[in-house]
Design a protein around this ligand. Structure first.
Ligand code: ATP
Ligand code: MG
Length: 391
């Protein structure tokens, strides 16, 4: 039996004139995600995209999993393909549900006819298919209001499609329709969640990670790569830039007042991240900061980091509780990796008594005691990068 996947657009449907651009972007994203699974054709009509495998060995199970992680999709379902002949449709329907049906007690049939020339009208199609299901599976009952299973028969131009319940899609809008942003990726719980949230709002993600070897280990860096890989399952392809940060951190430690270590470090991270972002076409920075979570995330501290760069800093977690962030981290499968116990460069020289109410003038004055620019240039020259495909 030939099977396909039907995809319903999410918010896309609301975008008026932009709709076609959004839809094309989404198809491009899906195509890229499925590219190693075999040959596949896409059709779009109204707010449905049909994914039509062309090769016998196409892995539909894996395709379905991946489609479930593509932003811009409201819902999706597999469907069986039948010739546009009522006896054929009935046979395929019975076949298609023969092993799945035992999970359900009640059902109803819906029909959609985009081909108005099809000899039976929608209510007639529903009646016939409903009757066939009932006689094949006498334990089933019809429930038109709240059925366990909705069988939908769609009569299209060339063929008929038969599907069961639709699965919920990842929502949001297609990655890339909101431009590009650089996520400051630590190995913690928060930044991968922040990346996920901004990708869901259509931002194409690139990652910037600050590493401080030998204070931070190769394991810590691998953890960031693993996290980026997990995020890329939703966000698609991610370029991860790794900035050597040791020299700068040592210079902060040796030349700045201890109470401002963290805040100055964060300002320098922003300055470097902004440069990297500009070099690679990103127009915003993204962090996993949340108001009040730690000393460097008070309102005054955030104001000090904000003015380190010109680019907008997006902080999608700013108003979220840690519990809610953790819940999202579990859902996106980053949590278990995030809690692996490796040092982050932030924790290397943490001051005993960080200033939680830093004044901008004082921080700027403290930072000006040392000329960091040659070190910043050197760090930028020594950036390494990796491309994570995201599938
Ligand atoms: P996370 O769980 O994401 O590590 P956190 O609560 O530990 O966040 P901080 O360590 O203060 O908070 O970091 C705040 C944000 O700064 C992080 O969410 C991340 O965006 C950025 N950040 C921290 N450390 C690094 C790093 N080594 N490289 C890149 N970005 C970092
Ligand atoms: Mg951290």
């Amino acid at each position: 039996m030939k099977e396909i996947i039907l995809i319903k657009n999410g918010e896309l449907a609301l975008k008026g004139l932009n709709r076609s651009t959004f839809e094309d972007k989404m198809i491009k994203n899906i195509r890229r995600r499925l590219s190693d699974l075999g040959k596949v054709t896409f059709f779009k009509s109204q707010s449905t995209i049909t994914v039509y495998p062309e090769s016998e060995d196409f892995d539909l199970d894996e395709a379905e999993i991946r489609i479930g992680r593509v932003f811009g999709i409201a819902g999706y379902s597999r469907a069986a393909v039948a010739e546009k002949d009522m006896a054929e449709i009935e046979k395929v329907t019975l076949d298609y549900f023969s092993d799945k049906i035992f999970a359900y007690k009640t059902f109803k049939v819906e029909a959609k006819r985009s081909d108005k020339k099809f000899p039976l009208k929608s209510p007639e199609i529903c009646r016939e298919i409903g009757a066939a299901m009932l006689s094949a599976h006498p334990f089933l009952k019809v429930d038109v209001h709240n059925p366990d299973l909705v069988i939908t028969v769609e009569i299209r131009d060339r063929e008929a499609y038969i599907r069961g319940n639709q699965k919920k899609g990842a929502g949001g809008i297609p990655v890339g329709t909101s431009g590009r942003g650089a996520v400051l990726m630590s190995g913690g719980i928060d930044s991968p969640v922040a990346a996920f949230m901004m990708a869901r709002r259509g931002l194409e993600i690139m990652g910037v990670h600050f590493a401080a070897p030998p204070y931070t280990s190769e394991m810590a860096e691998n953890k960031v790569k693993m996290l980026t890989e997990k995020v890329s399952k939703y966000a698609g392809r991610i370029e991860l830039y790794i900035v050597p940060f040791t020299e700068i951190q040592l210079a902060i430690r040796d030349n700045c007042p201890e109470e401002y270590f963290t805040i100055i470090m964060r300002r320098l991270m922003m300055k470097i991240a902004e440069r990297v972002a500009l070099m690679h076409g990103a127009k915003a920075l993204v962090t996993g900061e949340s108001l009040g979570q730690v000393a460097s995330q008070t309102l005054m501290a955030l104001a000090c980091t904000d003015c380190a760069c010109e680019m907008p800093i997006l902080r999608p977690l700013v108003g979220m509780d840690k519990n809610d962030i953790v819940e999202l981290a579990r859902k996106t499968d980053t949590f278990e990796t995030s809690i692996l116990p490796y040092e982050d460069c932030c924790t290397v020289f943490t001051p005993k008594h960080p200033n939680t109410r830093p004044k901008k003038e004082d921080v700027l004055a403290a930072e000006a005691q040392f000329d960091f620019s040659p070190m910043i240039e050197k760090a930028i020259q020594n950036i390494r990068f990796e491309i994570i495909e995201g599938r």
